[in-house]
Design a protein around this ligand. Structure first.
Ligand code: ADP
Ligand code: ADP
Length: 226
């Protein structure tokens, strides 16, 4: 079963903007997929719909076979989301932020704490577990967002512009962490407007423009033709 299936996905906002004009997209399990496109193309709208933050106008969304309309609880369990903006409480500790997220997914407290440790170690934040989030560097805050998104062990991780505005060193280290997570079998979809980022990381790529998917191909094929 595919990690993500979008069928004829459309979104028209109340102001009349047709943000998505009928997107068809399948992302296979295990893939590392980039959704590339200029500002205003429809990337955030697509992610918003997949993560139930934006209501679609029409079309279908399935996450590992669970339909967002008919099976939303199971669909959401498969999905971890890393939004672009930091949205944790800056006064909580790193450990609290990650462990408490487990609680939101109904994990027993002990399991949530074990998972928090596991993902804080993977993201090299364990030494910072007792620090308040506000004290972390920008790169660490981004890693914290990822650890939090993994605590319920989703099979699909979606990141919105994971390295927007960070320096090249932080970007490279983020790439390493994302590769490692993908190698553990988690499907990753990220949006980016850096072609280089897609090239370095992703196996397959979709290019979105004016609400339409104008290309959907392997990174290799794209590079061979350019
Ligand atoms: P991207 O993430 O690729 O920059 P978006 O999905 O944010 O693109 O935006 C797609 C289009 O939808 C743009 O024209 C944008 O102005 C419009 N749009 C996005 N959010 C809203 C909204 N809440 N209300 C109205 N129009 C919106
Ligand atoms: P709350 O549930 O009110 O947010 P705390 O965040 O203080 O309470 O702690 C939640 C649980 O996580 C507690 O049982 C605490 O012992 C445990 N905990 C907090 N920080 C750590 C840590 N660095 N390592 C291991 N366990 C921790």
């Amino acid at each position: 079963v595919a990690a993500l299936e979008l069928v004829a996905l459309k979104k028209t906002y109340k102001n009349g903007v047709e943000a998505l004009k009928g997107i068809n997209l399948t992302v296979q399990a295990g893939d590392f997929y980039a959704l590339l496109g200029p500002n205003g193309a429809g990337k955030s709208t697509t992610i918003g719909i997949i993560s139930s933050l934006v209501t679609k106008t029409s079309g279908q969304v399935q996450i590992f076979g669970h339909d967002l309309d008919h099976d939303v609880v199971n669909a959401k369990r498969q999905l971890g989301l890393v939004p672009q903006e930091f949205n944790f409480n800056p006064f909580e500790t790193v450990f609290q932020i990650v462990a408490n997220q487990g609680g939101y997914y109904g994990l027993p407290r002990k399991l949530a704490m074990e998972r928090a440790e596991k993902y804080l170690r993977i993201l090299e934040l364990w030494d910072k577990r007792n620090s308040r989030a506000r004290m972390l560097s920008g790169g660490m805050k981004r890693r914290l967002m990822i650890a939090r998104a993994l605590v319920h062990e989703p099979r699909l991780l979606i990141l919105d512009e994971p390295t927007a505005g960070v320096d090249i060193e932080v970007r490279r280290s983020m790439w390493e962490f994302l590769r490692q997570i993908n190698q553990q079998g988690i499907t990753i979809i990220l949006t980016t407007h850096y072609l280089e980022e897609a090239e370095m990381l992703c196996r397959n790529i979709g290019i979105i423009q004016h609400g339409e998917l104008i290309a959907n191909t392997s990174m290799k094929a794209l590079l061979a033709n350019s």
